[in-house]
Design a protein around this ligand. Structure first.
Ligand code: ADP
Ligand code: MG
Length: 305
């Protein structure tokens, strides 16, 4: 079993990055080997997973617009170890902001440009149990490449009126790409994220979605909590920053609800969750946890260009 899962929404700020990073980390803690691909020029996921590791931003033109010849090319120029056991990462790049124009110009010549990323991932796919992709917001040529690379797409949504049009647009885009590019991509569902479970607004919006999109709404919601922003300040996934917390539990429930963890791996996750004696911090030993302070803001690890 291996699966490529992308977090895609047309709207920004809806927890794609938080959700993709935490899902990847939960899978890794459970013992799965994960490749994380950061397709957002903001590189928030790269910072969370790779701060201080000294990576180079890869040449996304080659990854997205050309067919690479071998897995070795990916391992030598694109894939880096992250700060966390069992997670490798293709870091983001600020140059991803302009890649849409390159994809667009390639598109004039060959429709197959949308499936380049998929074919390139194929080269290393057997080495991983899961590939998790974080994407930029919007319906761009870049998100279309990401969708085509996925076996399954997940969409976090906010409990507001603005998420609605983005979701309908995404479903139409997926249907269109399946037809025009001949790829098999499943919409795995949408889930509410960053919500206050007891607020009347959330309950009202959830009811509306259940009436109109019942088959797509997952029975899990990710709670809003300050621990989430705290975890980003420490560059730590929730399972490390706050192992025992409602929002962490919500993400674990999401991963389990989607059936991504089998019994043997679930046992390993349970061991990690059990009080102290089992599982340690999953951050590798050599990278000290960093908190943001006036001294280190703006001097983050990695080479962004
Ligand atoms: N469950 C949550 N509780 C509190 N803050 C959250 C939660 N999920 C996301 N956030 C915050 O919301 C903002 C947007 O989240 P992010 O994952 O970056 O969204 P996206 O990748 O979709 O743009 C970030 O500042 C993040 O820390
Ligand atoms: Mg993001």
């Amino acid at each position: 079993m291996n699966k490529v899962i992308g977090f895609v929404t047309e709207k920004g700020g809806v927890s794609k990055t938080m959700s993709s990073v935490n899902m990847a980390h939960i899978l890794a803690v459970s013992g799965y080997h994960v490749l994380f691909i950061d397709l957002d020029a903001q590189m928030n996921a790269t910072d969370m997973l790779m701060i201080g590791t000294g990576y180079e931003c890869p040449c996304y033109t080659n990854l997205l617009c050309h067919q690479l010849k071998s897995a070795d090319i990916l391992y030598e120029g694109f894939i880096y170890e992250s700060n966390f056991d069992l997670i490798d990462c293709i870091p983001g790049s600020p140059l991803l902001k302009d890649i849409i124009y390159e994809i667009h110009s390639e598109l004039q010549e060959k429709r197959s440009v949308f499936t380049c990323l998929r074919r390139n991932i194929e080269l290393v796919r057997e080495d991983y149990d899961y590939v998790v992709i974080d994407t930029n917001p919007g319906d761009t040529t870049l998100t279309r490449c990401a969708i085509c690379a996925c076996d399954g797409v997940l969409s976090p949504i906010k409990a507001d009126n603005f998420s609605f049009s983005g979701v309908t647009g995404l479903l139409q885009t997926i249907i269109g790409l399946k037809q025009s590019c001949g790829v098999s991509v499943e919409f795995m569902g949408m889930f509410f994220a960053d919500v206050s479970l007891n607020s009347s607004g959330y309950k009202r919006v959830r009811e509306w979605y259940e009436e109109n999109y019942s088959s797509y709404i997952l029975p899990v919601a990710i709670r809003h909590s300050v621990q989430v922003s705290d975890s980003t300040l420490k560059y730590l996934p929730l399972l490390v920053a706050c192992k025992r917390h409602g929002t962490t539990d919500d993400y674990i429930k999401l991963v389990r609800t989607l059936g991504l963890i089998d019994d043997a791996h679930n046992e390993r996750l349970e061991k990690y969750l059990a009080p102290r004696k089992a599982g340690g911090s999953q951050r590798k030993g050599n990278i000290p946890a960093r908190e943001v302070s006036a001294d280190n803001v703006g001097s983050q690890g990695g080479s962004h260009g």
